[in-house]
Design a protein around this ligand. Sequence first.
Ligand SMILES: NC(=O)c1ccc[n+]([C@@H]2O[C@H](COP(=O)([O-])OP(=O)(O)OC[C@H]3O[C@@H](n4cnc5c(N)ncnc54)[C@H](OP(=O)(O)O)[C@@H]3O)[C@@H](O)[C@H]2O)c1
Length: 308
Amino acid sequence: MKTILVMLRSGADHWSKRLRQALPNHCVVTDAAAAGGRVDYVVTSVPPKGALAALGSFEVLFSINAGVERLLAGGEVPPTLPIVRMVDDGLSEGMLEWVVATTLAWHRNLFDYREQQSTLTWKPWAEKLARHRTVTVLGAGHLGAPVAELLAQIGFRTRVWSRSPKALKGVASFDGPDGLAAALDGAEILICLLPLTPATENLLDESIFARLAPGSILINCGRGHHIVDQALIDALDGGQLRAAVLDVFREEPLPRNHPFWHHPRIYISPHVAAPTHPETAVAAIVENLRGYEAGQPLKHVVNLAIGY
Ligand SMILES: NC(=O)c1ccc[n+]([C@@H]2O[C@H](COP(=O)([O-])OP(=O)(O)OC[C@H]3O[C@@H](n4cnc5c(N)ncnc54)[C@H](OP(=O)(O)O)[C@@H]3O)[C@@H](O)[C@H]2O)c1
């Protein structure tokens, strides 16, 4: 019988109960000692320092997060261990809802009207149709691609930027470092759904903001380290950006003394765009595990050479 260790700071009992129900022929534990020290699979987020090494060798690590940069940053993951990142319908649906809600709210100036209400101000903004607005989505993977396709379906002139070219319905595709400028030029809403890797860290700087249409909107639900914080504040203060909607930050929770909290044009949410839902996430792990044990290749294995 194979043993699955659920190593989570919170919710471990909930996850293990669901895994036990779905995989009655596996032993699911929340403590390595309970398995007599032998573990085959680990389900985790960011394990405590030294915890993975203490387990000895095991077959597969299942991350409950889509982004694995913090897991990799510890330097404790053996280079030959397959790391499966979270790809599941719940994450994609959640991100789709959050990004489309946020994009439409800005497209139709809803936040500005709410602010104007506080001063009894009756001031219509220019109300465009989606077909007259260009939106660029950085990252066209499991989260970015459905977002871009739905925005295109709503009517936005939609572009994506990724490492490799994409064929998405109604969406213009740009790829690689050479395609970035064309993906950005004149866009009015920029959505970041990239993974954090050495190639994407600090990507969103002054030069990127300068390519957008003046008065554009930035929506970041990738990772905080994608943004050069001071460049964002400068772009907002100078008017190149009209607002920034930020779900992720270099340090989370965002420290109380961080200038983002008090900036009138920054809108903060506490990393909630697409939380992992155990019900859909466990189903994704179980499907992948069953396939693996039946001799199929694991799906969604992180490529350690490129970091996602
Ligand atoms: N805020 C939240 O609640 C939340 C929740 C979940 C995830 N996230 C973030 O969303 C990220 C994306 O998740 P995902 O599942 O969509 O990942 P994914 O399926 O791996 O997609 C990543 C996309 O980024 C592109 N990309 C990677 N490096 C690039 C580079 N150097 N230049 C250009 N494009 C690059 C990839 O290009 P290719 O297609 O060519 O490989 C791919 O299209 C996660 O890593 C995480 O940081 C945030």
